[in-house]
Ligand binder design. Sequence first.
Ligand code: TYM
Length: 321
Amino acid sequence: MRILTGLQPSGKLHVGNYFGAMEPAVNLQEKGEAFYFIANYHAMTTVRNPDELREFTRELAVDFLACGLDPERAVFFRQSDVPEVNELAWILSTVCPVSMLEKAHSYKDKTAKGISPNHGLFAYPVLMAADILLYDSNLVPVGKDQKQHLEMTRDLAGKVNEAYGEGTLVVPEPMIREGVAVVPGLDGQKMSKSYGNTLPLFGDEKPSKKLIMRIVTDSTPVEDPKPVDGSLILPLFRLFADDEAYRRMEEDHRNGGCGYGDFKKRLAEAYWDYFEPMRRRRTELLADPGYVDSVLAAGAEKARNAASLVMDRVRKAVGLA
Ligand code: TYM
């Protein structure tokens, strides 16, 4: 079984990226052949500064390794190191109805916000489908916001197989974990860079904890019970706390006698402690840039080999070879 996922280097990683994609990817790397990549072509739809793109790419590499990606088990590479992905994207674009792309949520959301729609943004799902199909991927762990993109990928693979023969492309399955499919942000909406409501995966201690202390709560007096449904604190605490600590927190909400300040402090501590081992590993990796470069170089070679096998098959099927 081949497992594949990608993350965009478009800024600092956040807790939603971790629980939605990175943690499942790390857990799955022992279950099959894992291909994990840094979607730097995709990030170009929002990052226009070349130094920034390089820096975000390197940071993502370090952060994913710090979170437990094991380069002995997983092939870890930069999307742009396998330019064949653009060739497959072109082939897919010739079977892709414009109406399918016009329905894409992420495109509609961005244009609704007034972002001027360039072709890269419009064709984003086609390139994402190529990312997945180029490696004969079977399983794709992602957060729920990528569900529609996975449906489009399956549709496009189906259209190619219909036109050029079954087995030309492998149709993948998404893996979206209940409970962390949508990690909420500090304001209760989906945690997202574009909403400015994120909790960083590897931020500095004081500013990160301060973000938690600023979560908006209601004005229930300290001694009164606090609402459990609709709480902004509990669903985040669930991610970081063990069962016993979580049970106590919920009980303290129901019983009253504890203030929101206390709840936020507990959340801030649990969050900070949860990522402590990864933070330590990250510091080591930052001190060894040569190692990170060598991982990405080895990953690029393996990914390219795998991609060329698939492209040979596809080129023959469509009549290019
Ligand atoms: P990106 O970079 O926006 O996000 C990376 C991963 O994090 C997940 N995620 C979340 N999961 C749960 N709760 C949240 N609040 C949350 N926010 C983000 C995303 O669902 C994603 O899994 N288009 C992709 C990158 C990509 C890709 C691919 C992924 C390009 N090609 C091929 C898989 C396969 C994206 O923008 O992810």
